[in-house]
Design a protein around this ligand. Structure first.
Ligand SMILES: Cc1ncc(COP(=O)(O)O)c(C=O)c1O
Length: 464
C-alpha cells in the first residue's frame, strides 16, 4: 500500500499540450544593430522575422485552441442576424451578465463607438491609469482623463496586492470638483498602465457606491477581466471558493457598460465588443457602430471570428488556463528579481514591468529611459519589449510639453499559450546581461519625427 506521507506533490505543468508549432529565428548582434538603426530605434518598425522572442504585446498574439479553430469553420457569414452573433451574445451574457452587446473590430473601436455617444468637449473622465487608446479617445474629443489610481501603484518596490485600485479620496475630489462634466468613471481591469495590476472586488464596490451617490455611469475597460478575477480569487478574502465565472459576474454587476479588446482574455487575434445594460444606450451606440464598424450583428467582425471569441471567452475564464498563464508571467518576474533587476511588484497578470529609472539611473529622463532599455534588450538578444513611459505618455495637448509619467517602464508582455519557460529563461538572462553593463549606458535618444497624438507607434529616434 502506498504511504501518502512519502509521496511528493506533483510539480506544476501547463494545462494544454502543443499541436502546431511556428519556427522562430535567432540573429546576430551585428544584424540587430543594423535593423534597429534602420527602424529609427522604434521597435514597432521592426519586421517580426527580425525578432526572436516577441514580448511587444499580449494583444492578439495568443495561440487559439483546437476548439477555437473548429468554431472558425462553423462561422456564419450572413450580413444580418448571423448565428455567430447570437453565439457570441449568449457567451457575453453568460460571462458578464450584460444583455446588450455590439461587436467591434477591436478594443479601441469599442471605445470610439461608446465614447461617441458619451464623451463631449470639456468632459472629465476619472479612472485608474487609463490605457493609451482610452486616453487618446477622450483627449481626441477635447475631454480630460484624470488618474485616480492609488499612490502605492507608483512605488514599484511595494508589494500591494491590488495596485490597480482607485483611490477613494482622489475620486471623490474629482467628482466634487467636476461633477457636471463627468459622463462616467472608467475602470481598467487589470490596470495595464500600472503593470497589469488587479482591482479588488471591494474597490469595485466602493466605486459603485460613489457612482450611485453622484449618479454616474461606470464603464469597465475589460481587456483582462479574467486575469483580474483570477487575482481576486487568489488574493481577496471570501473569494477562494468561488469560481472565476462567479467572480466575473459579480465584478460586472457593479458596472453599467464595458468595452472589450477580445485580443487579450478572449484569446483571439482580432476582435472587440461593447457590453451594456441599458437598452437606450445600446440604441444610441448602434448608430455609431453602423457608421464606424458595420451592421449591429457583425460590427467589423467575420462570423468565424465571433465564434472564436465566444469559445475564447469560455476558455479564458477557466481556472486551470489562468493559472498556467499567470504562473508563467510570475516565473519570468521571479527570475528577473533573482538577478536583482528592479520590477513592478507584485508581478502583474499579463506582463513583467521593468522599472527603467531604477535600472538605468544615469540616462536623463529627457532621453527616454525605458525606450533606451528596450533597444538595449533587443540588441542584446532579439527580444522585443515595449516602452511604457515618456514616449507613450505623449505631450500635454495644451502646452505640447513632454509629460513625464510617474513610472518609466519596459513592459515584457507575454502572449497567451505561445512561449515556454525556456523562452522566459532566455529573456531573463538577456536582461541580466544588460543589467551587468548598466553603468556604461549613460545616454538615450532624441526625437527626430513624431505624430501629433499616440506618437509612440510611429516615432523616429536617433542616438544622442
Ligand atoms: C487595457 C486596454 N484597453 C484597451 C486596449 C485597446 O484594445 P485594442 O488594441 O484591441 O484596440 C488595450 C490594448 O492593448 C488595453 O490593454
Amino acid at each position: 500500500m502506498l504511504n501518502k506521507l512519502y509521496s511528493m506533490e506533483l510539480p506544476f505543468a501547463e494545462s494544454y499540450r502543443i499541436k502546431m508549432v511556428e519556427a522562430i529565428r535567432k540573429s546576430t548582434r551585428e544584424e540587430r544593430e543594423k535593423w534597429i538603426r534602420e527602424a529609427k530605434y522604434n521597435l514597432f518598425n521592426l519586421r517580426s522575422d527580425q525578432v526572436f522572442i516577441d514580448l511587444l504585446t499580449d494583444s492578439g498574439t495568443g495561440a487559439m485552441s483546437d476548439h477555437q479553430w473548429s468554431e472558425m469553420m462553423l462561422g456564419d457569414e450572413s450580413y444580418a442576424g448571423a448565428t455567430s452573433y447570437f453565439k457570441l451574445k449568449n457567451a457575453i451574457e453568460e460571462i458578464t451578465g450584460f444583455p446588450f452587446f455590439l461587436p467591434t473590430h477591436q478594443g479601441r473601436a469599442a471605445e470610439n463607438v461608446l465614447f461617441s455617444v458619451l464623451v463631449k468637449e470639456g468632459n472629465v473622465v476619472p479612472g485608474n491609469s487609463h490605457f493609451d487608446t482610452t486616453k487618446g479617445h477622450i483627449e481626441f474629443r477635447k475631454a480630460t482623463a484624470v488618474d485616480c489610481t492609488i499612490d502605492e501603484a507608483f512605488d514599484t518596490t511595494l508589494a500591494h496586492p491590488f495596485k490597480g485600485n482607485v483611490d477613494p479620496v482622489k475620486l471623490e475630489k474629482v467628482l466634487e470638483k467636476s461633477g457636471d462634466q463627468i459622463p462616467f468613471i472608467i475602470i481598467t481591469l487589470t490596470c495595464n498602465s500600472s503593470g497589469g495590476q488587479p482591482v479588488s472586488m471591494e474597490n469595485l464596490k466602493m466605486v459603485r457606491q460613489f457612482a450611485d451617490r453622484y449618479k454616474k455611469m461606470i464603464i469597465y475597460d475589460s481587456a483582462r477581466f479574467a486575469e483580474n478575477a483570477y487575482f481576486i480569487k487568489k488574493r481577496e478574502q471570501g473569494y477562494q471558493d468561488k469560481s472565476i465565472r462567479e467572480i466575473c459576474l459579480e465584478m460586472f454587476s457593479y458596472a453599467d457598460a464595458m468595452t472589450m479588446s477580445s485580443k487579450k482574455d478572449a484569446i483571439v487575434n482580432i476582435g472587440g465588443f461593447i457590453g451594456m445594460r441599458d437598452a437606450d444606450l445600446f440604441r444610441q451606440a448602434s448608430v455609431f457602430n453602423i457608421m464606424f464598424e458595420g451592421y449591429v450583428t457583425y460590427g467589423g467582425m467575420a462570423g468565424r471570428d465571433m465564434n472564436a471569441v465566444a469559445q475564447g471567452l469560455y476558455e479564458g475564464t477557466e481556472f486551470d488556463y489562468l493559472e498556467t498563464r499567470i504562473s508563467q508571467v510570475e516565473y519570468l518576474g521571479h527570475r528577473l528579481m533573482d538577478f536583482g533587476i528592479p520590477v513592478q511588484r507584485p508581478i502583474g497578470g499579463h506582463a513583467v514591468f521593468v522599472d527603467a529609472k531604477r535600472f538605468l539611473p544615469k540616462v536623463p529622463k529627457e532621453e527616454y529611459v525605458a525606450q533606451t532599455l528596450a533597444v538595449q534588450l533587443y540588441i542584446e538578444s532579439g527580444v522585443r519589449g515595449v516602452e511604457i513611459g515618456t514616449l507613450l505618455a505623449d505631450r500635454c495637448p495644451i502646452s505640447r510639453e513632454n509629460r513625464y509619467p510617474n513610472l518609466e517602464m519596459l513592459r515584457l508582455a507575454i502572449p497567451r499559450r505561445v512561449y515556454t519557460n525556456n523562452h522566459m529563461d532566455v529573456v531573463a538572462v538577456a536582461l541580466k546581461n544588460v543589467f551587468d553593463r548598466r553603468d556604461e549606458i549613460n545616454h538615450g535618444f532624441r526625437i527626430v519625427r513624431e505624430a501629433p497624438i499616440m506618437r509612440h507607434f510611429t516615432v523616429e529616434l536617433d542616438v544622442i
